[in-house]
Design a protein around this ligand. Structure first.
Ligand SMILES: [Zn+2]
Length: 459
């Protein structure tokens, strides 16, 4: 998953301009004030804390853990019950080593208890973030501006590791295609050229490359699958505008993606790993090593029987977010796997512990007759809005048709299926779509659900 360090990377670090100083010093703090979050203040704190020595980091982290556990115990019924059942008091949890005294919390537990038993009042207004997560069934978490400010700050820190200055022109692929109103303002202000991660036809890719060239964009970010196809197209065309760095998020970065992107754009890929439940978990520094955001989250690596696995071995990731927010996440089984790097330290000098790799987010690609490439987010981004669908899976066996397996919820009707098919076609799935209702979607031997399975030979 790693790429070798590039000696010339630091020399590529941009010098801040008057404009980037304005964005960071005035525009974003103003935005924070309007939204009621404290992203920039948190970012400034993290910029210093990343260079603290281990003892200072550990002391601060353990203090955050104690406070989070205390609040969860006193204010959130689910955690109160779990801790009472386990005979554990808040003062018994002082460091990550104590977490094994607590049971693991699954998505189902949080889904069943939501919102009465899983949330708490904060002094801020709250909002729901619902996703299909990594299981295919809708899953909601509650956040407030404090939560958002935290994970956005850590994401911005990761962008800085990749040599980005906030406010520099950049190209981004994403799923939020409605760029009106405040998103339009944000794109203009941050100089973001935002495009659909759904539309990956050659025509669209050519248009994107032309825009990158015209606007002299040096930074690229988005879903690995979409950046990979952009890179492949660039290589085909012999397109070679210099790109300073490419940052990936939201999906699994396969090794062949990384190699193709780095070669096509003569750049370094910086992968990040966060979860939609409101935690920025890890990101790569300029040495190519993943660092855990130690002041945001505690990561445990466990085997199938919930015992810790040694560094270097793949484990199921269990996350404990280090601030409670409206919906604390303590020993949360996120559904991904990864490998710890143990006590290894990185040459970059940052004190954040290292992660060998992030794995297990399964992705496959559907190629349509017209040559459009549909990544997993194409389907999850659309179908997750249908509460009538419990889970789904897309299988391609023929070049011109796909099978959409739906495990329906109680209020599902055939009209819902027709509506989904129509919308998929409108968004670029130019093939026959056959719907099959099933009781449930089988998991892989590794216990993961695959949204998209292409049984065609890889192109
Ligand atoms: Zn490092």
């Amino acid at each position: 998953m790693k790429s070798p360090p590039r000696a010339n990377n630091m020399s590529k670090t941009p010098i801040s301009t008057l404009y980037t100083r304005f964005v960071r010093g005035i525009a974003l703090p103003l935005g924070d004030w309007l939204i009621g979050q404290r992203m920039i203040a948190r970012l400034r704190f993290l910029e210093k804390a990343q260079w603290w020595d281990r003892e200072q980091l550990i002391a601060h982290r353990d203090q955050l853990l104690s406070e989070t556990i205390k609040i969860a115990y006193h204010e959130v019924p689910l955690y109160r019950e779990l801790m009472d059942e386990a005979g554990v008091l808040p003062q018994n949890i002082r460091s990550p080593g104590d977490l094994s005294k607590l049971p693991i919390v699954t998505k189902d537990m949080l889904r069943n208890g939501y919102p009465q038993r899983t949330t708490r009042e904060t002094a801020q207004k709250t909002y729901e973030e619902c996703t299909s997560g990594s299981t295919g069934s809708p899953f909601c978490v509650r956040e407030d501006p404090e939560t958002t400010g935290w994970y956005r700050a850590s994401f911005m820190l990761a962008l800085e590791w990749a040599g980005w200055q906030i406010g520099e022109p950049h190209f981004q692929t994403g799923m939020t295609l409605d760029r009106k109103r405040w998103r339009w303002v944000k794109d203009k202000l941050l100089r973001c050229h935002y495009v659909s991660a759904y539309d990956l036809t050659d025509v669209a890719l050519d248009r994107h490359l032309a825009a990158i060239e015209k606007k002299r964009i040096r930074l690229i970010g988005g879903y690995p699958g979409s950046i990979y196809h952009l890179a492949q197209r660039a290589a085909e065309l012999g397109w070679n505008q210099p790109i300073r760095s490419a940052v990936t998020w939201g999906d699994n970065l396969y090794d062949h993606y990384r190699v193709a992107i780095e070669q096509a754009f003569h750049t370094q890929v910086f992968d990040t790993y966060g979860c939609a439940e409101g935690i920025q978990v890890a990101a790569q520094c300029e040495q190519g090593n993943y660092h855990v955001h130690n002041l945001d989250v505690i990561v445990e690596y466990l085997d199938g029987e919930d015992r810790p696995v040694p560094p270097g071995e793949r484990g199921h990731l269990i996350l404990t977010r280090l601030h409670p927010g409206p919906m604390p996440l303590i020993r949360y089984r996120v559904g991904d796997t990864g490998v710890s790097a143990g006590q290894r330290v990185c040459d970059c000098g940052r004190g954040f512990e290292m992660m060998e790799s992030v794995e297990g987010r399964d992705t496959d690609i559907i190629v349509t007759p017209a040559g459009n490439r549909l990544i997993v987010h194409f389907f999850t981004g659309l179908i997750e809005h249908f509460r009538e669908v419990k889970s789904f899976q897309v299988v391609q066996r023929e070049p011109d048709s796909i099978l959409l397996r739906i495990a329906p919820a109680a209020d599902y009707t055939p009209e819902i299926g027709e509506q989904i098919v129509r919308q998929l076609k409108e968004k670029g799935a130019d093939c026959t779509i056959q719907v099959e209702l099933v009781d449930n979607i089988p998991l892989t031997s590794g216990g993961k659900r695959r949204f998209v399975i292409s049984e065609l030979p890889h192109r």
